[in-house]
Write a protein that binds this ligand. Sequence first.
Ligand code: IMP
Length: 430
Amino acid sequence: MAAVVLVGTQWGDEGKGKITDLLSQDFDYVVRFQGGNNAGHTVIHDGHTLKLHLIPSGVMYESVTPVIGNGCVIDPKVLLAEIDAVQSEGISCERLTISSNAHLIMPYHRDLDGASERRLGAQEIGTTRRGIGPAYQDKATRLGLRTQDLFDRSIFREKVAAALTEKNDILDKIYGLPTYTVDQLADEYLAYAEILNPYVADTAPLLNDALDAGQWVFFEGAQGTLLDLDHGTYPFVTSSNPTAGGACVGTGVGPARIDRVLGIAKAYITRVGSGPFPTELDTDDADGDTFIRVGHEYGTTTGRRRRPGWYDAPVVRYAVQVNGLTDLAITKLDVLSAFDEIKVCVAYEHLGQTYTSVPGHQSAFHHARPIYETLPGWKTDISACRDFNDLPPAARDYIAYLEELAGVPVSLIAVGPQREQTIIRNWERR
Ligand code: IMP
């Protein structure tokens, strides 16, 4: 099991951080391949809760080299603050490796993210306002700056000047916001360059050489399948590809090298930001409230209350297909212990048609009416279960039902926030 890709199967916040934290100790490299500090992974380390936004979760382990791949966008100011926060917990960031091809988030990207959301008003995407979309936009239009640009002062100034001719016009003339000078941005970013220099490397050959040498590489996805720019609920998506193919593009490792693709699904579902969500429960719904309260469902990055809903099997079935999932991990199963009965959305209905996966047309998904099956709850504390057979029969039946609906095995089950509160059924460890 040399190369494993981990992806979220829903709208992010599936509990990927915990599973990555558990599994990454077996790997030599843990690599982020897309997104930036819009992500938020909560990792519990020696009783401390660490909120990571950009640094791969594997940073906790001395044997792991954490890598930020070329597909990521990096806000250096945020990254340096995160490095400080991690080091102040006594965890070394010495092995952290950053791709020289990763793009930089500039201050005007943050400004434009906020300004564009304000302009959209009621139609806002609900972004994290971290400048992610505008940074990827510049990457696509070839106006972006990459980490390697930081190490050539004249190239950096030239590229900033080229970008500012457009950005300052947009900031000033469209949004009435303050503009930037080349000196101002060069002073700030070239100071970061000195600190970042030891971390930056050409990471594609590094990872391919590692795989050639029989080392294990873990590709840590952020966000989730339905936030994917191509396969998600566009336009209510992020600006990168959190699906499994993104791991190849975002690191320079070819698809034939990937051994397993592990999809993380929460035992229910949540979403932050705007966009369609068939199983969403109203804000005054008692079950929704239980998900928020028992599952502590507030965004790691923005602190926003998440929108809760029952498990949506068509969403996960769709994720199985577009990611080529080989395995599923079900997280937060313990949260369901609070319910007498558990609902599972097995299909949608729209205009007399039944859908068992995400419909191809956005309107059908927007208006999809969930069709539920109701299963008995178990109403028992399962947080101490470590073996599948320790679970009450109703919980085992629930997992078996999810496997039947998804068509792939559930190889890991999380029953609490701690790393060891996990049932491992079919997963090779080292
Ligand atoms: P952006 O990635 O900041 O551009 O935001 C685009 C959409 O993705 C918004 O709906 C965000 O709430 C959502 N989003 C981005 N990152 C995450 C994440 O890590 N978890 C959940 N939602 C996210």
